[in-house]
Write a protein of this length. Sequence first.
Lengths: 440, 219
Amino acid sequence: MLSLAYAYLRDRPLTTILNILLLAISVAMLVLLLQFGSQFEKRFQKDAEGIDLVVGSKGSPLQLILSSVFHIDQPTGNIPLSSLDLLRNDPATARVVPLALGDNFQGYRIVGTDASFLEIHQAELAQGEMFRKPPQAVIGANVAAETGAKLGQKFIGSHGLSEDSETDSGHDHAPFETIGILAPTGTVVDRLILTSVESVWDVHGIAHESEHEHEHGSEHDHDAEHDAEHDHDAGHDHDQDAEEAESGAQLQDARAALEPELTALLVSYRNASGAIRIPAMVNRQTEMQAAVPATETARLLDLLGVSLEGARIFAWLLAAIGGLAIFVALFSMARSREGDLALLRVMGATRPQLFSTILLEGLVTAAAGAFLGWILAHGLITVARNSFATMRDLGLTAWQPAPQEGFIILAVLLIGVIAAIIPALRVMRVDPAAILSRAS
Amino acid sequence: MQLIVDTISKSYGPGAAILDSVSFTLPESEQALLLGPSGSGKSTLLNIICGLQRPDKGQVSIGGKLIASPDSKTSGDSVRRTSLGIVFQTLRLVSALSLRANLELAQKLQKGSIDRSLIDECLEKLGIADRANARPFELSQGEAQRAAIARAVVVSPQLLIADEPTSALDSDNTERVAELLIEMAQSVGAGLLIATHDERLSRFFSKSFALKQGELNPC
């Protein structure tokens, strides 16, 4: 009976393909919505774990959270370096992690921070060691896997936070050196390049205290080198030296004019009082803003949820239309095929066998639609992941079926069966004698 | 397998009797012709013999098994499935399947298993072996009628029944189909009963019945 049902479906290919497509599109939509919703929610929750508050420049709090916690948006601006000490000295804070953003390498964000950033995400080194000074960097597991970066390799960051932001980096003078690779965490860290805040300042030509110490410490060596050069170039033009000295001094002045700043601070409270006092203090008494990841994430998911719900209703409506199309096709078929059905009865097919043939047609159509839709959904996730950096940054993964996908597929199969029941009952009542007398 | 038609009556309303106490017997492996003009009740009688319609009175048995009676509990399905091969004038093959798939389906439904060598043999004998993979709409009238005979024969029936098998055929094909039906019935050891209005077939049969105004008489 299954092969007969298949033969009938094959006999009217356009109707069958249309019905399968309708169901496939609805299943694909439902699976996509489910995957997007659940993966984003899981990812947001995991990435925000251990961060009670984010302090950054005034602007949209959601943007601040997206850029500083999930690393998928532009930062709101910079905040003074002094804010780090201000919050670290507050007895209600347990951990304050500085962030200095602004550059990327092949689309992977370079984050200036310190070792405490790894504590938040419970990240551990898989190879090498932690960065200690400029220009050392530690790369996330996905960065290493996808760029093929190895320990000891040097790379030059590009200005901006996405791959296509700028082609001319302007950072050729300050290449980073990979000295560590992190083990996979399943968080945003996997897709980040971590370095010291000072490295980021160096890349942007921002003078800072540690740099002065470093420069003073090596001043004598530089002088020695300079002297040696001098000896070799005994006939050197002194006017040219004077020009170089002048432009060097101008550059030094320009660097000195740039204040070392941070992009944001990730704060963990020591106790509950921090949650009441610190955000209020930051928002009222400073030029900065404090945003709570839990609140902003919930707001974002609510906003997403409304859109997802609308799309979900539309997808179920599409599935219902698919069911209706199967019903119409089978119902009209039951009439046009009554000669065949009478013949089948004459050939010995029982009424339940005729009933099951029609039911199987509905079921096979629905199963094909469900299977195709499922493949389509996960295929689209793969394409989205490969085509859009944001999808990669959000950690969207394909071919990882959620348990609810089984429910969607079962529901679509049920739609196929329900759509076929009335035509199947009609077919079961076929009177071969009446049809034969009409035919002869 | 003996066919016994015992005092069958059937009417389609008061005063519209189409069969009136029709009785006859067809002994095992014998062949007979049921002659009658259009509307004489031949098809109704065949439907009753095949267990597709219920008589108002009387009963039909094949090999001692009841296939038709006025009792609603009598189901001809299993007797029809195990004993009969039926050829219709117009309903010949399932439209969605190829000729070979039709024959396989008939065997599967009626015998529970597929005998491909018997299918090949029948197709060869009927001269349509090269059309085995053709779909019904691709067959000519003559090929389609031979295909219908093949479908009825491949189930190794004990009684082969044909309703107007030659009505759409010319003289040459009429003779050819009649000969094929007789030959195929003999080859599987089945009895043969043909209902037709075509008196040209009489010469192929030693036993004939005429159905007129609801009554059956030997010719």
